[in-house]
Structures are given as structure tokens and as C-alpha cells.
Design a protein around this ligand. Structure first.
Ligand SMILES: Nc1ncnc2c1ncn2[C@@H]1O[C@H](COP(=O)(O)OP(=O)(O)OP(=O)(O)O)[C@@H](O)[C@H]1O
Length: 839
């Protein structure tokens, strides 16, 4: 009772403090190491001011030596410590290894600086006992982690952080084994790895993963060094020392270059294809068959050379990737037959160490790698955390955190508690490493409660080829390149001769073949045959589908082409039509041009005629004019008329000779009832021989020529007609002359209808001042031949009415017609002509 009253007076020698819940740090009771637990009285505990950490650390109490258990009994012993009563369920084994502080400390002795990677323990072991003690003292002074016993440690914050009162000492208990700073590689192997190796050789898969901050000794623990071999090398020695057998080894890393996605890289083979993850197996990964420790070590050494490493502030050879090594049992071949084998795989994972930016001083690429490394570690931890919570409370669903990284995808079965695994946490115990250690222990210590519902894997009597990831590759190759398959077979240890036979022998002969060989071979043949058939079936389906697709595509293409052809034909037809219509239009245009020219010519002519007519009416009156017409009884026949005449306009003193007052022939289309005009010149040149009938726009519409002889005469006269240019010239001359002409009168030459046609309707003789030509001299005028002819023709006309004959009334007096309208002589003449033509 007295002890209880005054606990400070007599401290117990040791105490074990268990953390539960693990994340909540408890104040360490004020008791000495290795003392009996103090009574948990709240009233008494209040009296304890603080935990005398320094005092405690200064105590030169060596941790109890690890129990020396014979190797043969390690497996059973270790499992007995971790497994529950239920043989199929066991806890996740979590180990803690503390890296010697002297190796990490910059202020360490010469021993530290001379050490190389991996030989720290050995060097320390070689020291004399007195030096060992002093070194231990130094370590204890500068360490933040103290080993309480084989299963627990106490983590104390450095003085600077203690003052902040946010950080308190924490005890972490429940580890499968804590390896102190002076633990050897062999000790670690025996505890961590050997049970897994034993199980593996019994046909059970297992995995061990090393976790911890950068530079804490993960790679050292797994791979070690030539002088101080790690767990892997020791495992090889164990595996190959027992039985003479072959194993497949594969080694690959998951790396993120500059943090851009994750990449799988085959470390065991440099010439292999690109790797990709399919569910939980790596496709394309090369497996190297080894049958001795040396071969296995060589494969691992090659892989280590290829592995991504870099120099950081924390580690001169820091791993930048997650490295995974698989060891798989190869079937033994005796006399061509394979014997017992199993599907068990032993997996060793060296995770890249979590990094703090402040400590590592990483920048750029290194920093991006750090992010990837920390992220993967976090996902790995989340998967285990989720599994633990699910096991605690089955109502909580198992989160699918494994999907967030390639590593966790690959290790899914382990992270879901389906296969047994072990974790080894490596830490540095320096004061500077307090935060790293604290983070890791807080994160990983709860994993000790994770249970694995191990499904016992039955040893496989025959190798199950379909389950092996590597088997897919030769299958794929076989279809395209049989030689490639042969090479692969030599690697995998199969009988290539037999496989070649299998491919070549028809299916019908397989039964005979199978009958003659052993049962194991027949099973293998059957599997191969089935796989091959399946491949062919898939290929056939693919080809069929392709064929159907192509068929449909070609049909569609054909239809489209047909439509295009039809459209093309239509377009061509349209083009032809347009061409024809264009030609027609061109012809019409030419004709219209000609008409236009003729109209202009005629217009000029009639203008002259009107002027002359005005002059004549003023002075001499109408001498008479005759119009010769040919009437054809049949209205459908073409009519032809021309007015070749020489008009002689005489005044009292002078005569005007008009050359070639021409009118073009008139072609009358009775169907359309329209008249076309052509120039006399053109008619003479082009239409005369063909006998085409033109109608002069100045001619009287329906006038007919009286006799053929006259026509002939006209034709001859027409040949003498001048060109329109001459007419223009003549017009100019006449204009000049008109100024001095006193008066002249031109005889009416045509009916009003024809005047209209030739735009002569506008010409009114009344508008022409008769007095204009009277003033001045009276020069002798020479009439153009056509005008003379016209005048003569008009004079030849038989006018019925006396009053219609142009009177010789001088000065263009208007004659009163019966209707009382005053007309000039020219108008009267035209009227007569029109009347004769019955228009
Ligand atoms: N227990 C130990 N005993 C002696 N030396 C050790 C021990 N642990 C680590 N070392 C040495 O410390 C250095 C760093 O160790 P290691 O490379 O294994 O760290 P790591 O955790 O793998 O780091 P990273 O995650 O950056 O790759 C190495 O030189 C190694 O030899």
C-alpha cells in the first residue's frame, strides 16, 4: 500500500504500455523500464508530474537479447506467436527494424564515416565491448526511439518539440518483432523471411514488403550487400540449398518519370516487350529460370543495376521506384515428363521511401518523383487501413483504394487479406528523424491487427498453364511467328520438339498420339490443343466480322458511286442543253446585231429621205413616185422586196442625185407575222444565191413585185448599192448641202406601215422647216442611185386618185384631205402607197 501511495519512491524495473486505440498517444507512466506495471489509479497518477525521459534514457539498461530459436522451428514458432486459434486466420506480421544511428548521424565517429552501405552491423559487432557501450550511450542520447522489448518501442520527441507540448512520448507495442540497431541481417531473415520461404516451398504464396522513410534501410534489409547479404540472398540460399530444383524469377519496377503516370519496367530482361498490368498480373513480364543461387543472384544484380536510383540529401543511392521480385516454382522435368509443381509465388517488395521535401531538398524531377513515391505509399497504407476497418466492422465496405496505383493493383489479393503477407518497417532513430518515425509508426502500427483469412493453396499436381501470365505470350506469337514460339519454349523449359509436333499434327491424329504418350503429356497436349483451338476460333470470328464489315462497307460505297454516276450523267446532259442553247443564243445575237446595223442604216436613210421630202414639198412638190410592188396571192409564201432606185430630186434649178438609197429586202414570216431586216449589202453578198427572201424594213409590208424582169433589174441595181458607210458619208454631204438647198420635196416612197417598221414614224415632214432649204444658193445636187430608183418607182406608181397625187403646190403647202386634216405632199404620197398595199 505504501508503494501505491508513493510510486515515485520505488519505480518498477520495467513496464509495458499498450496503445489502444493506436493513433491516440498516451502519456507514458512515470515508471522505469522492465518494472512491474503500476496500479492505474487516477488519483495517484495525478501526482506524477512528467515522464523522466532523460533519466530513463540515461539508464544503461540493455534490451533483452532476442530469443535464440533454432531455424528449423522458426516457422512454427513465428506462426504460433502471430496466429490465432483458427489455423486459417492469422495476423499480419509487422516487424520494426531500427537503423543504427551512428550510420545516419553526421556527427558520428570515424567508424560511421568509414562504413559502406550494408556493413554497419558487422562493423559494429566487431567493436570491443567498452566501445560498444559508449556508442550505445551516444545513440541513446541522440535517439528518439527506445526499444522497450522485443515487441514495443518508445518514441520520444526531441527537446525542442517537447517544449511545444504538442508532442509527447509514445509507446508502440504489438510488433511481431523489433530489431534493434545491432540486429544482424541473418536475424532479420530468420524472423521475417524464413517462415514465408518455408511456406512457399510448401506451396503457399506469401509476400514481404519493406516500408519506411527514405534512407532508413529498406533496400539494405532486402538486398543487402555482397558482404552483408539481405533477406533475398538468404532466401535463395535457403531455397536452392534444400532441393535441386528450378525456379522462375521475375523482377520489375513501377516508376513514374517526372511524375507523369506510372510505368512498368522489366528489370530481369532488357529486350522484353512493354509491360502492362492486366488485373493483378503483369503482361509481357519475362521470367528467368534459375537453378542455383549464383544464377539467381546474377539476375537480381542485373536488375539492381537497371533500377532507377538517384542521389538525394537523405540517401546517396535512393530508390526512385517500387521494386517487386517474384519467385515461382518451376515444374521439374524428369525424362521429358513434368512432375509436381505448385502455383505458389513468393513476392518481395522494396517500396520507395517516403520523403519530406524539407529534408531531401528535392527539386524539379526529384520532387515530382517524391510526389509519386509518397502517393503510392499513402495508397498502400489506405488499402490496409480500409481492410482493417472492414475487418473490425464488416458492415463497412472494403474501399477500393487499390485502384489508385499500379502497385496496389498488383498486390490486390494481399491488400484484401486473401494471401498472407509480412511488413517490415525500417526507421532511422535520430532526433532529426522523429517526425518521420512518428508518422510511420502511427500509420503502420494498427496494421498488426489485420487478419488474413488464408485460403490454403493445394499444391498443383500439374502446372496450370492457363493461369500463368507468361503463357499468353507464346500463344499469341505462335499464330504469327512459329520461330518465336520455339525460342520461348527453350526458355520456359518445355520440349519444343513436342510442341512443334503438336502444331503440325492434325486434330484427328491427336488421339492416336495421346494414346502412345504418357498421361501427363496428354493432359498438356489437350490443354495446348484447346488453347490453340480457342485462338483459332477467336481469329476466325474476328476475320468473319471484318469480312462482314467490309462487305457492308463495299455495298454502301457502291450505292454512293452509283448515285454519283447518275448525277454526273444528268449534269452532262444539262451541260449539253446549255451548250446548244448558248449556240442558238449566239446565232440570234449575231442576227440581232445585223438587224441593228440595218436599222441604223435605214434610219439614216429615211432621215435623209424625210429631209429631202421636206425640201421638195417646199419648193417643187412631188414629181411623182411610183412604187412597184409584187403581190403574191399566197400569204404563206415568202415575200421579197427591195427598193433599188435612184431618186432624182429636182428643184426648179437643181437636181439632187441620190446614189443608192437602198432598202433592204424584206423577209416576211407568215407564221410569226414579223419582219426581219437585212442590209442590202449583206443580202447581196450572202443571201442572193441561196434565194432567201428578205424584206426591207423600208418596203411596204405586203407590196409585191410586178414582174420577174423588174426583180432582176432590181437585183442588178442592188449590186451597185453602196455600203452603209457610204450612206453615212452621203448623209454628211447632204447635211452640208441641205444648208443651201432652198426647197425640195421627196416623193413618198413607202406606205406608213413600212415607215413605222423602220422607225420612220417619228419622222414628220412637217417638222422639217421648208424654208430652211430655200435660203442661200441652189447648188446642183447629185442624187444617190438608190434614191433615184426609189423616186422613179414612186413616179411609176399608178395613183387612182387625183387628189392623192402629189400636187405641185409650192412651198410645201398642206393639202386638206377628205377628213379635213392638213397633210404635206410627202404624207399624201405615203398614204397613197399604204392604200395601194391595202394595209
Ligand atoms: N541496418 C543497417 N545497418 C547498416 N547499414 C545500414 C542499415 N540500414 C541502412 N544502412 C545503410 O544506409 C544507407 C541507406 O540505406 P538504404 O539505401 O537501404 O535506404 P532505403 O530505405 O532503401 O532508402 P530509399 O528509400 O531512399 O531507397 C545504405 O548505405 C545502407 O547500407
Amino acid at each position: 500500500m505504501e508503494e501505491l501511495k508513493n510510486p515515485l519512491l520505488e519505480c518498477p524495473s520495467s513496464v509495458t504500455v499498450r496503445r489502444n486505440p493506436p493513433r491516440r498517444a498516451k502519456t507514458t507512466p512515470l515508471i522505469a523500464h522492465n518494472t512491474t506495471p503500476a496500479p492505474k489509479s487516477v488519483s495517484k497518477r495525478k501526482q506524477i508530474s512528467s515522464f523522466p525521459l532523460q533519466e530513463f534514457l540515461q539508464c544503461d539498461v540493455l534490451p533483452p537479447p532476442p530469443p535464440q530459436i533454432p531455424s528449423s522451428s522458426l516457422s512454427s514458432n513465428s506462426s504460433s506467436t502471430t496466429s490465432n486459434n483458427n489455423s486459417n486466420s492469422e495476423n499480419l506480421r509487422v516487424f520494426l527494424r531500427i537503423k543504427p544511428i551512428s550510420i545516419t548521424s553526421n556527427t558520428s565517429t570515424t567508424t560511421t564515416t568509414s562504413r559502406r552501405k550494408g556493413d554497419g552491423v558487422k562493423g559494429k559487432a566487431a567493436l570491443p565491448v567498452s566501445k560498444k557501450k559508449s556508442l550505445k550511450k551516444i545513440e541513446s542520447e541522440t535517439s528518439c526511439l527506445v526499444v522497450n522489448d522485443v515487441q514495443s518501442v518508445t518514441l520520444s520527441p526531441p527537446q525542442s518539440l517537447q517544449e511545444a507540448k504538442r508532442f509527447k512520448s509514445e509507446v508502440y507495442d504489438g510488433f511481431t518483432q523489433v530489431f534493434d540497431t545491432d540486429s544482424t541481417q541473418i536475424q532479420v531473415y530468420e524472423k521475417v523471411m524464413e517462415p514465408l520461404v518455408v511456406d512457399f516451398m510448401d506451396g503457399k504464396s506469401g509476400m514481404v514488403a519493406a516500408m519506411g522513410p527514405t534512407g532508413s534501410g529498406k533496400t539494405h534489409t532486402i538486398f543487402g550487400s555482397p558482404k552483408n547479404p539481405g533477406m533475398l540472398s538468404l532466401a535463395f540460399a535457403h531455397i536452392f540449398g534444400r532441393l535441386k530444383s528450378s525456379y522462375y524469377i521475375s523482377m520489375f519496377e513501377i516508376y513514374s518519370e517526372r511524375g507523369k503516370g506510372e510505368k512498368l519496367i522489366d528489370l530481369s530482361s532488357s529486350d522484353g516487350p512493354d509491360l502492362f498490368l492486366q488485373q493483378s498480373s503483369v503482361r509481357g513480364l519475362q521470367e528467368v529460370m534459375v537453378s542455383s543461387v549464383v544464377e539467381a543472384e546474377a539476375v537480381i544484380a542485373r536488375g539492381m543495376l537497371r533500377r532507377a536510383t538517384a542521389v538525394t540529401n537523405s540517401n546517396s543511392q535512393s530508390s526512385r521506384s517500387q521494386c517487386i521480385i517474384n519467385i515461382r516454382c518451376a515444374p521439374e522435368v524428369t525424362d521429358g515428363d513434368e512432375v509436381l509443381s505448385n502455383n505458389a509465388v513468393l513476392t518481395i517488395v522494396d517500396l520507395a521511401g517516403a520523403e519530406r521535401e524539407k529534408k531531401t531538398g528535392n527539386q524539379g524531377t526529384r520532387l515530382l518523383e517524391s510526389n509519386f513515391i509518397n502517393n503510392t505509399s499513402m495508397v498502400f497504407g489506405l488499402c490496409l487501413r480500409s481492410l482493417l476497418e472492414h475487418q473490425k466492422n464488416p458492415k463497412k465496405p472494403l474501399q477500393k483504394h487499390f485502384q489508385n496505383s499500379l502497385l496496389t493493383k498488383y498486390l490486390r489479393e494481399y491488400l484484401e487479406g486473401k494471401k498472407r503477407m509480412a511488413l517490415i518497417l525500417t526507421v532511422k532513430s535520430g532526433v532529426d528523424d522523429y517526425l518521420d518515425v512518428s508518422f510511420l509508426l502511427r500509420q503502420a502500427s494498427p496494421y498488426m491487427k489485420i487478419k488474413f483469412n488464408v485460403i490454403e493453396e493445394e499444391p498443383c499436381p500439374k502446372r496450370n498453364i492457363s493461369k500463368l501470365p507468361r503463357e499468353d505470350k507464346p500463344k499469341r506469337r505462335r499464330l504469327s511467328d512459329p520461330d518465336a514460339y520455339k525460342i520461348d519454349e527453350s526458355k520456359s523449359g518445355r520440349d519444343p520438339k513436342l510442341e512443334t509436333e503438336l502444331i503440325s499434327v492434325p486434330l484427328q491424329q491427336q488421339e492416336c498420339l495421346n494414346g502412345s504418350i504418357s498421361s501427363s503429356r496428354s493432359v498438356r497436349l489437350e490443354i495446348h490443343e484447346r488453347l490453340q483451338l480457342e485462338e483459332y476460333r477467336i481469329e476466325l470470328n474476328r476475320l468473319k466480322r471484318n469480312e462482314q464489315v467490309m462487305l457492308k462497307f463495299s455495298k454502301a460505297l457502291w450505292n454512293v458511286l452509283k448515285q454519283y454516276k447518275r448525277k454526273l450523267e444528268d449534269s452532262e446532259n444539262e451541260v449539253q442543253c446549255l451548250k446548244q442553247s448558248l449556240e442558238k443564243e449566239n446565232v440570234r445575237y449575231v442576227e440581232l446585231e445585223k438587224e441593228k446595223e440595218e436599222l441604223m442604216t435605214c434610219s439614216l436613210y429615211f432621215k435623209q429621205s424625210a429631209e429631202f421630202s421636206g425640201i421638195q414639198s417646199c419648193e417643187n412638190g412631188i414629181r411623182g413616185a411610183k412604187c412597184k410592188t409584187d403581190n403574191h396571192s399566197n400569204g404563206d409564201e415568202e415575200e421579197r422586196g427591195s427598193w433599188p432606185s435612184d431618186l432624182i430630186v429636182s428643184s426648179s434649178t437643181e437636181q439632187f442625185l441620190v446614189d443608192n438609197a437602198t432598202c433592204s429586202t424584206v423577209k416576211q414570216s407568215t407564221d410569226l407575222g414579223e419582219e426581219k431586216m437585212t442590209s442590202p449589202a449583206s443580202e447581196v453578198s450572202s443571201n442572193e444565191e441561196s434565194g432567201s427572201v428578205d424584206r426591207c424594213n423600208t418596203s411596204i409590208g405586203d407590196s409585191k413585185r410586178s414582174s420577174a424582169s423588174k426583180i432582176q433589174k432590181e437585183k442588178q441595181q442592188r449590186r451597185q448599192m453602196p455600203s452603209p458607210s457610204l450612206l453615212v458619208k452621203e448623209k454628211n454631204e447632204l447635211k452640208t448641202d441641205n444648208e443651201i438647198v432652198k426647197g425640195s420635196q421627196i416623193l413618198p416612197t413607202e406606205k406608213t406601215g413600212s415607215v413605222d417598221t423602220c422607225s420612220m414614224g417619228k419622222i414628220n415632214s412637217e417638222n422639217i422647216s421648208p424654208c430652211k432649204g430655200l435660203s442661200g444658193k441652189k447648188p446642183r445636187r447629185r442624187l444617190l442611185p438608190a434614191s433615184s430608183i426609189l423616186l422613179r418607182e414612186i413616179n411609176d406608181l399608178d395613183l387612182d386618185y387625183e387628189n392623192e397625187r402629189p400636187m405641185g403646190s409650192s412651198r410645201g403647202e398642206r393639202k386638206l384631205a377628205a377628213d379635213g386634216i392638213g397633210r404635206t405632199q410627202g404624207s399624201v404620197s405615203l398614204l397613197k402607197l399604204l392604200t395601194n398595199l391595202n394595209l
